[in-house]
Design a protein around this ligand. Structure first.
Ligand SMILES: *Cc1c(COP(=O)(O)O)cnc(C)c1O
Length: 391
C-alpha cells in the first residue's frame, strides 16, 4: 500500500475534524472522576452545553453515541403504547421512528418529500386530528444529515400551539448544534438530543439530552423500562448524569472546544457555517450545468449549512465519485444513506473548517467528476472562490 501524503481532508458530515488544541487538551493522564479537579471541569462543561443550547433546562449525559441519547430520551419521557408523531425528514427520522416501534411506542408519520421537507400545516392538521391527545410527543430532526436539509423549528412549535396540543416537542440536534442557529428555550423545545462528534468537534463518546421543566414532569410518570439511561437514577448521583463511568478525557476536550466556540462567538460560528456552505452550494449549482449533479434539497429556505447532499444525474453512481475522491485525493466524504445509497454523496462542512479546507474538498470533487466521466458544468471551484473572496 502506498503512503498517503499530506493531511486527509475530512469532509464527512460527522464525525468531524478535531482541532489540534482539543486533541492536546485530552492528551493527559487519567484521573479519578470523583477528583474535585475533574468535578469542576465537568460542571463547567455542562454549563457550557447549556449556553450553546441556550437553555436553563437540565442536561443528562451518557457514555454513548447519538443513538443512545435518542433511546434515552424516549425511555425517560414515554410509556408503553404512547403515540408519537414523527416528522419525516429523511433517513434519520426513519431511524428514530423505527426505534420508537421497537420500544413499544406507536408512531404516526407526517410524511414529507425528502427534497422539500415538512409542511408545518400538515403537522398542525395531524395534531388537530388527535382530539383525544394520544400523541404524547412530536419527534423532529432539526438538521437532516442524510438530505442536507434544515427544519425550521419555530414553525413546528407554532403548528403545535395553533392546534393547542399538549405533546412534548423532542428534537434531534446532533448535526446542527454548534453549527446552526439554535435556541432550545426560546423555541419551546422540551427535549434536545445532542452528541459530541459533530459541531462540538470532539471524538465520539458522549451524548446528552437537555430537558425542559415540562419534560421533567412527564418523566415523573413515564413507565418505559430503563436503567442505564434512567434520569431518576442519575439525579441521585453527584454528576446528575452517567450511571457508570464518566468519560473524563472527553470533558477536558469539551472544555477546550467550548472555549474555541465562545472565543469565535456563537453568532460568528453560525455565520461561518453559512458562508462555507454557500460556497459548496455555488460549486454544486455550477456543476449542475450540462445535466450534471445537483443540490438534493430543492427549497433554498431549507438548505443545511452543515452538510450538502449532492444528487447524481441518472445513470451515474455517487459511490464512484466518493471513492475516487478518497482514493486519488485523500478526501473523505459521506455516502448516500438508505434509499439514497449510490444516488447522493454528501459534503460535510460542520465544525472546525475554513475556506481553503472547503475549497480543497470542492476541487477534489470537481476532479473526481471529471475522472469518473460524470457530465457537469466546469468552474464550480471558481464560483466558490468568487463567493468566498467577496463574502
Ligand atoms: C449523526 C446523527 C445521528 C446519529 O448519531 P450517532 O452518534 O452516530 O449515534 C442521529 N441524528 C442525526 C441527525 C445525525 O446527524
Amino acid at each position: 500500500m502506498s503512503r498517503k501524503t499530506g493531511r486527509q481532508f475530512f469532509s464527512n458530515p460527522g464525525p468531524t475534524n478535531i482541532p489540534d488544541s482539543v486533541l492536546r487538551a485530552m492528551d493527559r493522564p487519567t484521573i479519578d472522576f470523583m477528583d474535585p479537579e475533574f468535578v469542576d471541569v465537568f460542571q463547567a462543561g455542562v454549563a457550557g452545553l447549556q449556553r450553546v443550547l441556550r437553555t436553563r433546562g437540565d442536561v443528562f449525559l451518557y457514555t454513548a453515541s447519538g443513538h443512545g441519547a435518542w433511546e434515552a430520551t424516549l425511555l425517560n419521557l414515554l410509556s408503553p403504547g404512547d403515540g408519537v408523531l414523527v416528522l419525516e425528514s429523511g433517513w434519520f427520522s426513519e431511524g428514530w421512528s423505527e426505534m420508537a416501534v421497537k420500544l413499544g411506542l406507536k408512531p404516526t408519520l407526517v410524511s414529507a418529500d425528502w427534497r422539500r421537507g415538512i409542511d408545518p400545516a400538515a403537522v398542525e392538521a395531524a395534531l388537530r386530528a388527535d382530539a383525544g391527545h394520544t400523541i404524547k410527543a412530536v419527534l423532529a430532526v432539526h438538521n437532516e444529515t442524510s438530505t442536507g436539509m434544515v427544519m425550521h423549528l419555530p414553525q413546528i412549535r407554532a403548528a403545535m400551539d395553533a392546534a393547542a396540543h399538549p405533546a412534548l416537542l423532542l428534537v434531534d440536534t446532533i448535526s446542527s448544534l454548534g453549527s446552526l442557529e439554535f435556541g432550545m428555550d426560546e423555541w419551546g423545545i422540551d427535549a434536545v438530543v445532542g452528541g459530541s462528534q459533530k459541531g462540538l468537534m470532539l471524538p465520539t463518546g458522549f451524548s446528552f439530552t437537555a430537558v425542559s421543566a415540562k419534560g421533567l414532569e412527564a418523566h415523573a410518570t413515564a413507565r418505559l423500562p430503563r436503567h442505564y439511561f434512567d434520569w431518576s437514577e442519575m439525579v441521585k448521583r453527584g454528576f446528575r448524569s452517567f450511571v457508570g463511568t464518566v468519560p473524563v478525557s472527553l470533558f477536558y476536550g469539551l472544555r477546550e472546544s467550548l472555549r474555541l466556540i465562545e472565543l469565535e462567538g456563537l453568532e460568528q460560528v453560525v455565520a461561518r457555517h453559512r458562508r462555507l456552505a454557500e460556497a459548496a452550494r455555488r460549486a454544486v449549482r455550477t456543476w449542475s450545468g450540462n445535466n450534471g449533479p445537483q443540490l438534493y434539497c430543492l427549497d433554498p429556505a431549507r438548505y443545511s449549512d452543515s452538510v450538502t447532499a449532492v444528487l447524481m444525474p441518472e445513470g451515474h453512481n455517487a459511490e464512484r465519485v466518493r471513492k475516487t475522491a478518497l482514493d486519488r485525493f485523500n478526501v473523505s466524504m459521506g455516502g448516500g444513506l438508505g434509499q439514497l445509497g449510490g444516488k447522493v454523496f454528501r459534503i460535510g462542512h460542520m465544525g472546525d473548517l475554513n475556506e481553503p479546507m472547503i475549497l480543497g474538498t470542492l476541487a477534489a470533487v470537481e476532479m473526481s467528476l471529471r475522472l469518473t466521466g460524470v457530465p457537469h458544468g466546469k468552474g464550480g471551484v471558481e464560483a466558490a472562490m468568487d463567493w468566498l473572496a467577496a463574502a
